[in-house]
Design a protein around this ligand. Structure first.
Ligand SMILES: Cc1cc2nc3c(=O)[nH]c(=O)nc-3n(C[C@H](O)[C@H](O)[C@H](O)COP(=O)(O)OP(=O)(O)OC[C@H]3O[C@@H](n4cnc5c(N)ncnc54)[C@H](O)[C@@H]3O)c2cc1C
Length: 378
């Protein structure tokens, strides 16, 4: 009989892990606290390190069928003048932007309904001396297997049980996201980010005539919406910025505009113990500046499956997985914070100096991304 692995959390990370383990011949069950397996949120980018893995699972065609391939990443000034245009889509695997719900659905459909257990909130777990772990759920039920993977997001119960309660670090800026329909953007396959003073605006076509945008602004954590509401506040903050910034914000259903504080957690020095480990945001929540959080979860999933397939002792396999993943995810997290800190410069001297060297900086970041992040092979 194949080894059973229990996954707590059915987000992109948990489902990616389930697909990878299923493909590797393991017996996998996903337990999700929500009553239905679904993903809301806005758009997202998937870079070549993740699309290469999705192709190996046979899922890339479905992703490309709904998403929008990325051919260029453009860094702009608030006037719309280009600082730099970085060609994308030149390697062996594409970059693509799509709705998060589409990726979630594609992963879900790669599994059988019998592997998906909704309305099951993991509350605790217990490891026996027989090398098995038993997960306990809020409804009083239990499930046991040879391994437990906490893919239960930034507020992970599994992580808290292993390491104590974590306090996310606020990185000093708010992020709004939305999806607009019916607004034309220039340049097929171009995504862009515009850098101002303490604020940025990003534009990503995600397929199906939809354009995902995001906006950032320095300020205190937990800032309430302005008196005119969220949409009005963003329109005022970005007044005078190039087209189609205002059109995108105005064409978005105000109740669908999401707002997050930019937060992450410092890298853990160890992830799991015994036959329990972590994956995705539960292990390494990353600020979104390089669009790699879900990509890292997909990489985690592929490496987890490789380690479990290669090593019959689950505990040994999980430590090998963690050794492979900790340095890389910590590196990407640091890079993301660096890009975010520079993009959010507000001091006029720093902004001026940044804009003078932005072109060189972007190309250096691009080389770093191509050579180390995007080039990842399982
Ligand atoms: C503004 C923003 C933009 C982003 N853009 C990108 C991007 O462009 N590209 C990219 O790659 N990444 C991006 N990310 C990061 C990406 O969204 C996350 O890294 C990714 O979604 C993490 O997936 P996950 O499955 O690990 O966690 P989650 O998505 O948080 O999923 C965790 C799941 O576990 C469930 N759960 C929680 N507790 C329990 C429990 N006790 N029992 C059972 N189930 C439980 C939850 O309901 C949820 O379904 C962005 C993030 C943000 C905030």
């Amino acid at each position: 009989m194949s080894r059973r692995v229990i996954i707590a959390g059915g987000g992109i990370g948990g489902l990616a892990a389930a697909v990878a383990l299923d493909r590797a011949g393991l017996d996998v069950q996903v337990y999700e606290r929500a009553p239905v397996f679904a993903e809301a949120g806005a758009g997202m980018s998937l870079w070549p390190n993740a699309t290469r893995i999705l192709r190996s699972w046979g899922l890339l065609d479905a992703v490309m069928a709904v998403g929008e391939p990325v051919s260029s990443f453009d860094l702009l000034r608030p006037t719309g003048a280009a600082i730099s245009e970085i060609p994308m889509g030149v390697g062996d695997s594409p970059a693509v932007c799509l709705h998060r719900a589409d990726l979630h659905r594609i992963l879900r459909q790669a599994l059988s309904p019998g592997q998906l257990n909704p309305s099951r909130i993991l509350t605790s777990f217990h490891e026996g001396e027989d090398g098995r772990v038993t997960a306990r759920f809020g409804d009083g039920g239990e499930a046991s297997g040879e391994g437990l993977i906490g893919a239960d997001g930034v507020g992970s119960v599994v992580r808290e049980r292993l390491h104590g309660r974590a306090s996310p670090v606020y990185r000093g800026y708010t992020i709004w996201r939305g999806i607009a329909r019916g607004v034309g953007v220039q340049g097929k396959g171009h995504i862009s980010e515009t850098w101002g003073s303490g604020q940025r605006f990003g534009v990503m076509p995600i397929g199906g005539g939809q354009v995902c945008w995001y906006a950032t602004r320095n300020g205190p954590a937990g800032r309430p919406d302005g008196p005119g509401g969220r949409q009005q506040e963003i329109l005022e903050l970005f007044r005078g910025w190039h087209n189609p910034v205002a059109d995108l914000v105005a064409a978005t259903d105000p109740v669908q505009i999401l707002k997050n504080d930019a937060r992450d957690l410092p890298p853990l020095s160890s992830w799991g113990s015994g036959c329990v480990s972590l994956l995705g945001d539960a292990a390494h929540p990353i600020t979104p500046n390089v669009g790699q959080g879900a990509c890292m979860a997909i990489e985690d999933a592929a490496i987890l499956a490789k380690c479990l397939a290669a090593e019959p002792d689950t505990r040994v396999a999980l430590r090998a997985y963690e050794r492979a993943r900790r340095p890389r995810t910590a590196y990407v997290s640091r890079q993301s914070n660096r890009v975010g800190a520079i993009g959010q410069f507000e001091n006029p001297l720093l902004v001026g100096a940044r804009d003078l060297v932005a072109r060189a900086f972007l190309w250096a970041s691009h080389d770093m991304a191509f050579n180390s992040v995007y080039a990842f092979q399982v």
